[in-house]
Every structure is written in C-alpha cells, then in structure tokens.
Write a protein that binds this ligand. Structure first.
Ligand SMILES: Nc1ncnc2c1ncn2[C@@H]1O[C@H](COP(=O)(O)OP(=O)(O)OP(=O)(O)O)[C@@H](O)[C@H]1O
Length: 793
C-alpha cells in the first residue's frame, strides 16, 4: 500500500524488507549445507531400508564407539533414519529429505521464499497423509507407515471406524488435488479432449504427408504452444519451480503462406508473412495468479465498509419530490406566449419540462419564423419576462426548438442522498464517478472525472461552490475504496475542507514530514504541486516500463501480477487535487503555482492525477489562457457579470442563474443546466466520522519528497558573488527584524531587482527565512552581534 516514495528513484522498491535477512554469502553457505544435509538424509534413509533389521539391535548402544552399524552413514544414519522412518512417518519421511534439499536450492539461488513456504506446508501434509495411508493399508508393516502412521490410523479408527477413515483419507486427497494441483473436472475434460485432438491431428498430418503430391501451397505449422493443454497438465508444479524471468520466452514463429499465381506459373511467387500473436500472458504471472489470485489493492483494508446512504439526510422525506404547479405552468406559458407575440413571434407548440429548480419551456415557432430572429431578441425577451434566472437557448442544440428556462417559484432541493442512491450512480461503470446533481428533466447527472480530465469551478461567493466540492468528494467517497483514490486538499479558507481531516489516513495524500494533510498555507501548495509533478514523472516512468498507455491498463497489468514490485511497480491510486480559492493562490504565489498546475493539467490525464480547481474570482488573470486550455470541463455557479460568465464558459448564461446550486456544466461545447446536489456540513461530518472510525493505513499516502527553495538548494550563492551592500543590507534587516525587499529598497535606495537579489543572498546565508507569499520573510538572526559572528565565520 502507499509507502513513502523516494523522489528521484522511481525504481526503488516501496516494500520494507523483513528484519531477518541473510547476506548473499550466508545464503550460499546455508543453501549448500541444506542440500548436503538433505542428501545425507536421503542416503541414510535408503540405506536404512536395507539394513534396518540388522541395525535395530544396536540402536540402544549408539554411544558405544566399538559398535558397528550397516547403514552407509553409520551410527548417525541408523539413528536418524530410525527416528524419522521407524518411529516417525514411515517411508513418507523421504519427503523430509526432499524438502531439505529443495530448501537448500532455494537459499543457494535466492529464489522466492513464499513458494518455499508453500512447498513445506504441502510437503508436510502429504507426508502425514501418506503415513496414515500406509498405516491404514499396511498396519503390520511398521516401515511403511511408521509409528506415527500406525498410531494415527489407530486413533482415527477408534473414533471414525473403518469407513470413516477411508472417507476422510479420500476427502483429504481431493482437497490436495483441488487446492494444490488446481485440478478441476473441466481441466480433466480439457486434457482428455486436447489429447484426443492431438492424436487426431497427428494422424491427419501423417496421412497428409503421405498423400500430398504437389507443393502448390507450402504451409509451415506455427510452433505455437498449446497453452490450454499446458495449463491442464495436473502434475505441473507451480510455485516450486519459478521460471527464470530473464530467460527470453520462445516466440511463436510467424505463419508463412507462399502464394503462387494460378494463371501464370512462371510468375514470381510471393511470400505472405502474418505474425502470430504473441502469447501475451507470460507464464510466471499466470502461475502467480493461479497460486495467489489477482492482486487485490484493497486487501490491506479488506474489512473497510463503504458509508451507507442512511448517513445522508433525506430532504424530501415528507412527500418530497418535484411538485407540478399547474397554475404556475399556465401563468408562465401565457407570459411567454404574450411576450413573444409582442415581437411578432407566433408559437405553434409549447412543451414544458419541470426540473428541480427551473422549468424548460420548449417552443416550436410557427412556420416561417427564423430562429435567428428569436436569437437576436434574446435579451429583450428575457427582460420582458422579467424574472431572475431566465435563460433562453435558441435553438436547443440538436433539436431545432427554442428553450426558455424559467425558475420555479418553489425550487426543490436535490438531496445528495437521492443522487447517490440512484441506479445511475450505483451502476456507473466509471473510474471516478461524480454525481453532480439533476438535469432539467430531473435525471441524475453522473460524470466521470477521469474522462474530463480536470474540472474548473467558478461562481460568486455564496452560490454553492463549497457545496458542489463537497458533493464531488462525497460521490468519490461513496464509490471508491481508500486504496483506489487519494485526495490532496488545498483550502486557503481553512474552514471549508477541515472535516476531511478525519479521513487523512484513509483517503488523503501529503508530503512526507508534514503535520497536516489538508493544506491551508499557500507556500506549502507550491511544494505539494512540485511533488505532484515528481509523482507524475515517476508514474510516466512506470507506465513506460510496463509498456502501457494509461493508469487503467497499468493497474490491470499490475493486478494480473505481470509487473514486479521489486522493480518499483506498485498499484497506482487515482490522485485528485482539489484547490478551493484558486484566485487566492494565484494572487500570492503567481507563476510559482501556475507553472506546475499547467504542467499537471497538460500531462497528468493518462496517469490518474486529476485537478479540480474552484475560484470565486473568475477573472482572466486567475483563469489564464493556459489553464483554460487544459480545463475543458467547467462548472459555473451564478456569477455577477456577463464578463465573468464568458471567462468561465466562453459564453454568457452563468450571470442569469439563480444561485443556491443552480449551475451550468460544460465538457466542451454544449451547456447543461443542472441543479447541484445538496450535502450539508453535518452530513459530510457523519460520513467522514464513519470512515474515520474504521481501521486505516498507518499514515496518509506519501507523495514524493520535494525539497523546495527553503532548503537552500536553489540558492547556493558563492560568497564572492555577494552584493557590495550585502553586509549593510543584512544589518538593516536584522535591526528592523523584517525580511522584505521593499525595506531594502527604501533604506538603501535600491532598485527592485537588486533588492530582490540581495534578499536571495541573505536567504542563502541563512539570515532570512524562505519566501512566505505576501508576508515578510522571517529574520533568522536576532541581533547585530550574532550577525557579525555569523558573517565572520
Ligand atoms: N445545491 C444546493 N441546493 C440548495 N442550496 C444550496 C446548494 N448549494 C448551496 N446552497 C445554499 O447556498 C449556501 C452557500 O453555499 P456555499 O457555501 O456552497 O457557497 P460558496 O459559493 O462556497 O460560498 P463561498 O465562496 O463564500 O464559500 C448554502 O449554505 C446553502 O444554503
């Protein structure tokens, strides 16, 4: 799961090594010891089979040097064999020798230890089973079943009887075949079917070769391996012999067909080569999946419970839902007809669709009336209808009718509960589904953030932005497991997103060594954005290495165990960066945030990093051209002017909304009017508490480390390059205890650039602290004496 990420080395493993590790040298020593010890056991056991009777009489005197034994390994061989075979498991004890040799080989070649553990587990079980089996069928032969087999069989027969023991042994055999050998009835069938097919084909090929006379079509049989056949082999050992990945897999030979012209036999013959598709499933991953199943990213929090719908308030519980007010509809219709009549526009037909906040009146004008005429009268008609929130759509795209949206007198609230519980959201097959609200025809509107791929939200204060952000975050919490998505929350207002602190260790991502996961300080945003850029670059490296084009393909490949975590591969959760009050950020940090945001917006779509940016002030210096170009999906809540509306949506309309979550959404060209789902703070609190009270990861998801300018890396200024006024400037700053360039400008009568350079030099010398946005820098030196000491050093 999420582990701390080294910034510069994407290939570095994220998994902590177990504390018990042997050095490669010791592994070789232990490996060779185990192999030789296993061989000794094997020799002793074999020898014991022939000499046990002779040696048994001297077993009591093994301490006596004079006593001779027949075993090839003398007293040691006789003693240990008697212990394991006669007094132990009978001939099944040979399994111990084999297990010891295999363990030695695993250590010697440093192979996968998990497979070895499996091998021991099943090996010991088989040994016990065989011992009981022989104890059952040959109780009189103490060498076959050993004492353990005899006693266990005796014990079982006392309690289960003869038949019960047979049934138990059979059942255990079936368990072994299914669990270990992965034998299923289908596989057995396939095996027999394939064998039959192979025999038939061989027979056919044989008769073909004997019968064929002319070689008009030369056909080379592809060397394709019959994978089905191979997988049906029940005796194929899976984890014991992991394949060497570095060994190139044999590639199937291309299929060749030589075509000769039928009409003119003298023509040059053409060879057509069609590549036989590569066997994509490499065997190792297939075996791993067979052994352990697909990788499950949610395993670490496998008992995680998604929040229930009951946590959300049902605002429409008492007879809620949209109420159709006939009177109001009639009144509005008459007003529309009358107003249009004033402009000499006759109506052929009118249809009303009642939505939660507005009703759409769709008008088909009389024949001969040009839509462009109505379009040019848009503003006048809106004025004549004189109601806030009227929007005229002429024509409705794809319909050829004219739409007039008129707000309802009593708007119906769209509760988050209703959209979350809707089948559209519940069955949404999306990567990052967001239930934004309801459309004008009262349908739940769900979109995929992963497809957007970034979202820009704007609206004047108090029009529903924060509720909108909460609705988006709530949707994602209801649909994604903590392993699948991580949020980075930037909240300069410090109050809007604080509730999400409770789910820090489940869903949030943060920089290493930072206290708070929710970023409220603008300077920290810069570091986080740059760190996110590093994460982006790392992820691209991983994708390149895995030879896939996007995060979805990458994760699918990782789950199928085709990517090795030892090479730095890991399951990649989506990362959603949410910035509330983007304007504030741009004002204080300007280019420093714009550059990484633009970079992320341009490049991050394929690797699962998505940005949601909200702002109150949709002016062009906040939503710059470069940002707009990379945020095709936009949401506009009510804004105060047409200009603002144009800045966000490239068209007017947002200024005519009625507020309270009434919004326009665009993902390219068409504008869609939606009523945003309402989720109140207590509801969010309940959800976060519900999630927060469950078992969490040890820490928030760690972003790569980014050493910003404050660490001095970018400011390694040579002492000789210091300004002539450096010392004087340092004194001014220390005396005033205020690290600002403007102070230097005033006191030393310097230009802005020179003062700025001196401030950088002072920072490099450790006299002032790092840049802190609009605030003056901190002065790190208390008085002139300390300053002199520092500079003399
Ligand atoms: N979808 C909605 N349905 C009903 N009422 C809403 C909706 N969204 C917002 N409101 C109402 O509008 C109020 C202000 O909303 P919100 O706090 O989201 O505004 P805002 O745009 O974030 O303001 P600010 O920028 O000042 O934070 C809410 O308290 C609520 O009463």
């Amino acid at each position: 799961m999420p582990k701390k990420k080294a910034s510069q080395k994407p290939k570095q493993s994220r998994f902590t090594k177990p504390s018990f590790t042997l050095s490669p040298k010791n592994k070789i020593i232990l490996g060779s010891f185990l192999v030789l010890f296993g061989l000794a056991l094997l020799i002793a056991f074999i020898s014991f089979l022939f000499n046990w009777q002779a040696d048994q009489s001297v077993l009591g005197q093994l301490g006596d040097r004079e006593v001779k034994t027949q075993n090839l390994l003398s007293k040691f061989g006789a003693g240990i064999s008697n212990f394991f075979i006669y007094e132990g498991f009978g001939i099944a004890a040979f399994a111990l020798a084999i297990l010891t040799i295999t363990s030695g080989i695993y250590f010697f070649f440093n192979l996968n230890k998990q497979a070895l553990k499996n091998f021991w587990f099943w090996g010991v079980l088989v040994m016990i089973w065989l011992s009981v089996f022989f104890g059952f069928f040959a109780p009189s032969n103490s060498l076959l079943g050993g004492t353990v087999g005899y006693e266990m069989n005796d014990y079982l027969q006392d309690y289960l009887g003869f038949t019960g023991t047979v049934l138990l042994l059979t059942f255990l055999l079936v368990v072994y075949m299914v669990a270990r050998l992965k034998l299923t009835p289908e596989k057995i069938l396939i095996y027999f079917r394939n064998t039959k097919k192979d025999i038939k084909e061989d027979f056919k090929n044989y008769s073909d070769t004997t019968e064929s006379t002319s070689g008009e079509t030369a056909y080379t049989e592809p060397l394709e391996e019959d994978l089905d056949h191979a997988s049906a082999e029940p005796s194929e050992e899976i984890s014991e012999e992991p394949e060497d990945e570095s060994q190139p897999q044999p590639q199937p030979a291309p299929e060749k067909i030589v075509i000769k012209s039928q009409e003119n036999p003298d023509d040059v013959e053409m060879e057509v080569e069609t590549a036989v598709e590569e066997a994509v499933e490499d065997k190792l991953s297939k075996k791993l999946v067979e052994d352990y199943g697909e990788f499950d990213p949610t395993l670490e929090l496998k008992n995680y419970q998604f929040p229930t719908v009951e946590l959300l308030k049902d605002y429409n519980a008492n007879g809620g839902g949209i109420t159709i007010n006939q009177e109001e509809l009639e009144e509005n219709k008459n007003r529309i007809v009358d107003t249009l009549k004033n402009y000499k526009i006759d109506i052929a037909q009118i249809k009303a669709t009642v939505g939660p906040t507005v009703t759409l009146y769709e008008i088909i004008p009389e024949a001969g009336i040009r839509i462009s005429k109505i379009k040019s009268l848009e503003d006048d008609i809106a004025l004549s209808l004189s109601a806030l929130g009227i929007r005229i759509i002429a024509p409705i795209p794809g319909k050829g009718t004219i739409g007039i949206e008129v707000p309802n007198k009593n708007a119906t609230m769209v509760s988050m509960r209703s959209v979350i519980a809707s089948p559209k959201f519940q069955h949404a097959e999306m990567e990052l589904p967001m239930a934004l609200g309801k459309t004008i025809s009262n349908e739940t509107f769900v979109v995929d953030l992963a497809k957007m791929p970034h979202l820009l939200m704007a609206g004047a204060t108090g029009q529903g932005k924060s509720v909108g952000l909460n609705a988006i975050l709530t949707s994602l919490l209801y649909s994604k497991h903590p392993a699948e998505v991580k949020f980075i929350l930037v909240d300069p207002k410090k109050v809007e997103l604080t509730l999400f602190n409770k789910i820090e260790r489940h869903y949030l991502a943060k920089l290493p060594d930072t206290e708070e996961a929710i970023i409220t300080d603008n300077t920290k945003v810069i570091n986080t954005l740059n760190s996110l850029c590093i994460e982006m670059d790392d992820r691209y490296e991983l994708l390149k290495d895995a030879m896939v084009r996007n995060i979805k393909e990458y994760n699918t490949k990782f789950k199928a165990r085709k990517l090795n975590p030892e090479n730095g591969h890991r399951f990649l959760p989506y990362i959603v960066l949410v910035v509330d009050e983007f304007a504030d950020l741009i004002m204080t940090a300007g280019k420093e945030v714009e550059a990484p945001i633009a970079r992320l917006a341009q490049l991050a779509r394929a690797i699962g990093i998505h940005l949601i940016i909200a702002t109150q002030r949709p002016s062009v210096n906040v939503i710059t051209g470069i940002i707009k170009a990379n945020f095709p999906a936009r949401i506009a809540f009510r804004v105060t002017s047409k200009i603002d509306s144009r800045t966000i949506l490239d068209s007017q309309g947002a200024d005519q909304l009625i507020g309270k979550g009434d919004m326009l959404f665009t993902q390219g060209n068409t504008l869609l009017r939606l009523q945003c789902a309402f989720v109140d703070t207590p509801e969010v609190e309940k959800i976060t508490e519900y999630i927060g009270s469950q078992k969490a990861y040890a820490d928030a998801y760690q972003l790569p480390e980014y050493s910003g300018e404050e660490s001095g890396t970018g400011l390694d200024i040579d002492v000789s390059e210091r300004d002539k006024l450096f010392r004087e400037a340092a004194e001014v700053i220390v005396l005033a205890q205020q690290g600002s360039a403007s102070l230097l400008q005033r006191k030393l009568k310097l230009g802005y650039n020179r003062a700025g350079r001196i401030i950088d030099q002072l920072e490099a010398a450790g006299i002032v602290g790092p840049f802190e946005g609009s605030k003056a820098r901190q002065v790190m030196v208390q008085d002139l004496e300390s300053l002199n000491r520092l500079l003399d050093e």
